[in-house]
Design a protein. Structure first.
Length: 404
């Protein structure tokens, strides 16, 4: 009997995940928590009780009320007190919570007829308004799960899922300057905001040709709410670090350095220039804006120097980015993208020269342009190869070749 009591926590391998049979005391014992110094071995040695009153063994047997009650927190502490590994406790609680809340997810979908081999597949992936609403409700249930796990165990459920599957986690990697609790809170604010924005844009896309003024206002409200809630959670230093990862200005700078290897100093210097410009100019039109844009470019040029600025300017061009992507896809030397991009400038200058030639009719000019495009295409294929060139064109880039 003593041996069975000492090893009441058993490990069973099920589908590659760890599932445990864990000890629960009788209802009377629930109101009497074990002393902190008590462990499984001590209980076994000092409790020669009859078999009938010893233990009750359950598997996945807690109710919803226990999740919010102190008993369940006490139960987690009991598992800890007998040396149950923290990851094991997480596995137990997460598995039970997923199972417990599964009926709510199924209820959102409603009744579904099972598929029949003689019937066409249901078009369940079509993004109708109904599908969007159901998806939103399911995500809200998932946010509830994550909030429960955060409060009980101090971890983020989404991050735990990524860890269990061996996948890297976008938010965990970028928010690792925060403690676990703040990290979980911030990512849920971000994900809720992103979900609202995507749902609004998709709904608008189905119902309107473009966003209405009301929808644009709502998008601004979503962004403002996210910024306000995150700022309220973080210290000034944490907020600055957050903005270096997730602000619009930071994303623009990272995209601008797409094909370069910037130093941290370079990034921070250009980021400050970008942030100042973005905070000042929201209306991107007019002479004043163009003057400010030229001043912005000059500040970057002064920091990087002429040679690196030219590389920076080229790196922001979509055509150059797609050339770099094609080079990576097919294992080409990165210098090939630069060489091909040089053809773009040469071709543009030649077209300008032809346009300025006197005496050419429109038909003659078109024939010259076509000949230049054919020659440029041959040169690009010769440098890149046929397959990388087709990949480049299919990406939607390369329109400069045919002056489209």
């Amino acid at each position: 009997m003593n041996q069975r009591l000492a090893f009441a926590l058993l490990i069973i391998a099920l589908n590659g995940a760890m599932w445990f049979i864990f000890v629960k005391r009788t209802p009377h014992a629930k109101t009497q928590p074990l002393p902190a110094s008590t462990n499984a071995t001590h209980v076994a040695k000092s409790s020669p009780a009859p078999i009938a009153s010893a233990v009750i063994v359950r598997t996945n047997a807690f109710e919803w009320t226990q999740l919010e009650a102190e008993d369940y927190r006490t139960y987690i502490e009991r598992l800890r007190s007998i040396g149950c590994p923290e990851q094991t406790i997480r596995d137990i609680v997460i598995a039970d919570l997923e199972k417990l809340m599964a009926p709510r997810v199924r209820e959102i979908d409603g009744h579904k007829e099972p598929p029949k081999y003689w019937k066409p597949d249901r078009k369940e992936l079509v993004r109708t308004v109904d599908v969007l609403e159901k998806s939103g409700k399911k995500q809200e249930v998932d946010f509830e799960k994550r909030e429960i796990i955060r409060e009980l165990l101090g971890v983020d459920l989404a991050a735990e899922r990524s860890k269990a599957s061996g996948e890297s986690d976008f938010y965990e990697e970028r928010l690792n300057f925060l403690d676990a609790d703040k990290r979980s809170r911030v990512r849920m604010i971000m994900e809720r905001s992103n979900r609202e924005e995507v749902a609004l844009r998709e709904k608008s896309w189905m119902e309107n040709d473009e966003l209405t003024s009301e929808e644009r206002t709502r998008l601004d409200q979503i962004a403002a709410t996210k910024a306000r809630e995150i700022a309220a959670l973080l210290s000034p230093a944490e907020l600055e670090q957050y903005n270096l990862w997730f602000s619009d200005s930071a994303y623009k700078v990272r995209d601008s350095f797409f094909a370069m290897e910037p130093t941290e100093e370079d990034f921070l210097a250009v980021y400050e220039i970008q942030r100042e410009f973005d905070s000042t100019w929201t209306n991107k039109s007019g002479t004043e804006y163009e003057n400010a844009r030229n001043e912005y470019e000059q500040k970057i040029r002064e920091h990087l120097g002429e040679e690196r600025y030219e590389e920076f300017r080229r790196s922001r061009d979509d055509d150059y980015q797609q050339l770099q992507a094609a080079a990576v896809q097919f294992g080409l030397n990165s210098g090939i993208a630069t060489e091909v991009y040089g053809f773009k400038k040469v071709l543009s200058e030649e077209r300008q020269r032809v346009q300025e030639m006197p005496g050419l009719t429109a038909e003659q000019q078109t024939r010259v342009f076509n000949a230049l495009a054919e020659e440029a295409e041959r040169a690009v294929i010769e440098v890149m190869g046929h397959k990388p060139y087709r990949y480049y064109i299919r990406s939607g880039a390369g329109k400069w070749i045919w002056n489209e």
